[in-house]
Ligand binder design. Structure first.
Ligand code: NAD
Ligand code: ZN
Ligand code: ZN
Length: 341
């Protein structure tokens, strides 16, 4: 099969790898029909994590079940499914909360070394009853892809930001995750949202759903717009020292900072005393993907939550190097790129 691989020189290549084998009696093989590039894939390219051998990447997949283990009860060959980007054993107390991050055997993310990558013709899915979801009626491919990761992440970021009804929220980073967080935050009661990004056309995209565009760093503009108080809640959808600094400078005393942007391996110098004196709540979250599905799917189906305009382009899997060049440009024309195997 073909798979997108990042090598130790940090080049993206489409390679031929052996077809994956069924990962045990509770596993399944999915033929990927659509996949996408996430900001998390870009961390590998940007050198945030060491790579000592080529890594098959990608963790967002929609496809068709082509093989099932003997213990698979919920799916059959031919079923159209989406795959949670985060995987758990599906059997432990942690997984029973529907949050694979809490798996006592240790959660794993597809395409980050241990599990296969979703940017491939085929994907081996362990504990498939837990990781797979039959694509629900009325959910299109773009929505299904966003349910595997970015929408679940934006939704969790907003839920964990404790948004007061009528409150003011700053979303730092207007990539696909930030755009999903903005739409989620409005649905959860935000009256005013500041979309902070250095790329003008990306923040302008957020104004289409009612946010105010703010150049990065946003703190001074946000303080000026809130009588010096700052935002009730700040969502960091970037994950750098600069975005965390801006988030802490933008938040009001007693507010909540909800971080979903993934930081590099270097420690962040948290101003602990200031956070304490200002009674801040800080939450950091890896998306509890499966837990978000019962909330997000009816909202999408009912048209109460729209993800229109988040995907900006589609390329064949064979053009993955070009798709990665587009994604890493972080232009507004390439907010989120879909790949078709
Ligand atoms: N926690 C999770 O479960 C989870 C899931 C998916 C993605 N992520 C992470 O979320 C982050 C965003 O993902 P994405 O797909 O939207 O990526 P992206 O790279 O497309 O978006 C990041 C955006 O942040 C902007 N930015 C950079 N520095 C900034 C700054 N100092 N202030 C404001 N904006 C700044 C960029 O211009 C870009 O628009 C990544 O770190 C990714 O790894 C986390
Ligand atoms: Zn991701
Ligand atoms: Zn588990």
């Amino acid at each position: 099969m073909r798979a997108v691989v990042i090598d130790s020189e940090r080049h993206v290549r489409v390679e031929t790898l052996p077809d994956p084998e069924l990962p045990g009696a509770d596993g399944a093989i999915v033929e990927v029909t659509a996949t996408a590039i996430c900001g998390s894939d870009l961390h590998f390219l940007e050198g945030h994590y060491p790579i000592d051998q080529p890594v098959p990447i990608g963790h967002e997949a929609v496809g068709v079940v082509v093989e099932t283990g003997s213990e698979i009860t919920d799916f059959r060959v031919g079923d159209r499914v989406l795959v949670s980007s985060v995987s758990g054993c599906g059997r432990c107390a942690g997984c029973h909360t529907q949050d694979p991050v809490k798996c006592v055997r240790g959660p794993q993310i597809f395409g980050s070394g241990l599990l296969g990558g979703a940017q491939a013709d085929l994907l081996a899915v362990p504990a498939a009853n837990f990781q797979l979801l039959a694509v629900p009626d009325g959910i299109d491919t773009e929505q299904a892809l966003l349910l595997t990761d970015n929408l679940a992440t934006g939704w969790a970021a907003a839920k964990r930001a404790d948004i007061p009804i009528g409150g003011t929220v700053a979303v730092i980073g207007a990539g696909a995750v930030g755009q999903c967080a903005i739409r989620s935050a409005f649905l959860l009661g935000a009256a005013t949202i500041f979309a902070v990004d250095p790329v003008e056309a990306r923040r302008v995209r957020a104004t289409a759903v009612g946010a105010h565009a703010v150049p990065a760093p946003g703190a001074q503009t946000i303080l000026d717009a809130t009588d010096g108080l700052g935002a009730d809640c700040v969502i960091d959808a970037v994950g750098t020292d600069a975005s965390l600094d801006d988030a802490l400078a933008s938040i009001r005393t007693g507010g909540t900072l909800s971080v979903v942007g993934v930081h590099d391996l270097q420690p962040y110098p948290l101003p602990a005393l200031v956070c304490l004196l200002r009674s801040l709540t800080i939450r950091m979250t890896t998306a509890p993907v499966q837990q978000t599905w019962p909330e997000l799917i009816p909202l999408l189906q009912a048209g109460r939550l729209s993800v229109e305009g988040i995907f900006t382009g589609t390329l064949p899997l064979a053009d993955a190097p070009r798709a990665y060049d587009a994604a890493i440009s972080r232009s507004a024309e390439h907010l989120k790129v879909q790949l078709i195997p």
